[in-house]
Design a protein around this ligand. Structure first.
Ligand code: ATR
Length: 279
C-alpha cells in the first residue's frame, strides 16, 4: 500500500507542489502519491478529515498553503519550535491520533540562500521587508544562522515593532542577536548585505519606498514571490544588487517537508532546473 499526501489551499489550481513532490518521489524511489486539494475557505479541517478518511492509515501527511497555515497550526496536536515561532504550519504529519505541525518555510529560505545562492546569512546585516505571515515564518530560522543584524521594516511601523519585540524576547543565548523593527522611513541612510522582501506588494505591482542606500555593495536581494519580475526586483537590480526570486525557497521548503515525512533528502537542483525550464 503506498502512502498518501496532499496540499490544501484556496486557491490551489496553480500549485507546483504535486509536480515537485512527484519528482522527489521518483528520484528517491519512494512509493507515495501527492495531490492538490481545494478546501472551502471555512472547510479546511473537514477537508483534512475527509482526506484521512479516504486513505485510512495510508494518509501520512499534508502541506498547507494560503489561507490555511494559521488554522493548520491550531489543528496540530503537537508543534515543532519553528512552527510555534512562525505561528503557522505548512507541513502536517499524521500518526494515529496525533497531528504533528511543522513549518519548513524558513528552513527552505535559508537553504536556498546558503546552498543555491552561496549567500550565508551568518555575519550579514539583514533587512526583512514586511511583518505579515510570510515574514514571521522566516525570522527564527534566520536568527539561528547568526546574522550581524536583523531589521524588520514594514509599511505599518507598529506591526514591525511588535513583531521584532516578540522575537527579541527569545533567549539571546539561543538566537544571538535581537531584531529591531521600523517603518520604511527608518531605512534612510542604512545599508544591508541581504534584503528579503516578504511583503505582498509585488502581487499588486506596488513599489516599496526604499532608499537606494539599503542595498550595500554585493548585496543579495531576495524576493519571496516567484513567477514574475516584481518592482522590488527591478529596484534592487538597478541599485546593483544580485537578485533572486522565491522559486528556490518553494522547492527547498518542499524538500524539507519531504525529509520530515520520508527521512530522505532529495536533490533539489534538478527539480529547480525542471521548474525553471519547462520543456
Ligand atoms: P503574507 O502572509 O503574504 O505575509 P499578510 O500577512 O497579509 O500576507 O502580510 C502582507 C505584508 O505585506 C504586510 O507586511 C503588509 O504591510 P502592512 O502590515 O502595512 O499591511 C505588506 N504589504 C502589502 N501590500 C503592501 C504595499 N503595497 N506596500 C508595502 N507593504 C505592503
Amino acid at each position: 500500500m503506498s502512502d498518501h499526501y496532499a496540499v490544501f489551499g484556496n486557491p490551489i489550481g496553480h500549485s507546483k507542489s504535486p509536480r515537485i513532490h512527484a519528482l522527489f518521489a521518483a528520484q528517491t524511489r519512494q512509493d507515495m502519491s501527492y495531490e492538490a486539494i481545494l478546501a472551502d475557505k471555512d472547510g479546511f479541517a473537514a477537508a483534512v478529515a475527509a482526506f484521512r478518511a479516504r486513505h485510512h492509515a495510508g494518509a501520512r501527511g499534508a502541506n498547507v498553503t494560503v489561507p490555511f497555515k494559521e488554522e493548520a497550526c491550531r489543528l496540530a496536536t503537537t508543534r515543532t519550535p519553528r512552527a510555534e515561532a512562525a505561528g503557522a504550519v505548512n507541513t502536517l504529519s499524521f500518526d494515529g491520533g496525533e497531528i504533528l505541525g511543522d513549518n519548513t518555510d524558513g528552513a527552505g529560505l535559508v537553504r536556498d540562500l546558503k546552498h543555491n545562492l552561496g549567500c550565508d546569512p551568518a555575519g550579514r546585516r539583514i533587512l526583512l521587508l514586511g511583518a505579515g505571515g510570510a515574514a514571521r515564518g522566516v525570522i527564527l530560522p534566520l536568527l539561528l544562522e547568526g546574522p550581524a543584524d536583523l531589521l524588520i521594516a514594514n509599511r505599518t511601523e507598529e506591526t514591525a515593532a511588535r513583531l521584532a519585540l516578540e522575537f527579541a524576547r527569545l533567549p539571546a543565548c539561543a538566537v544571538g542577536i535581537k531584531p529591531d523593527g521600523c517603518g520604511f522611513a527608518g531605512l534612510a541612510g542604512r545599508s544591508f548585505d541581504l534584503v528579503i522582501n516578504a511583503t505582498s506588494a509585488g502581487l499588486a505591482g506596488a513599489v516599496l519606498p526604499l532608499p537606494t542606500s539599503v542595498f550595500a555593495p554585493r548585496c543579495v536581494a531576495y524576493e519571496m514571490l516567484y513567477g514574475r519580475e516584481t518592482a522590488f526586483m527591478t529596484q534592487a537590480r538597478e541599485a546593483g544588487a544580485r537578485v533572486a526570486d522565491g522559486l528556490g525557497m518553494l522547492v527547498e521548503q518542499a524538500a524539507e517537508a519531504f525529509f520530515v515525512w520520508r527521512g530522505v533528502r532529495p536533490h533539489t537542483a534538478p527539480v529547480l532546473a525542471a521548474l525553471r525550464n519547462p520543456s
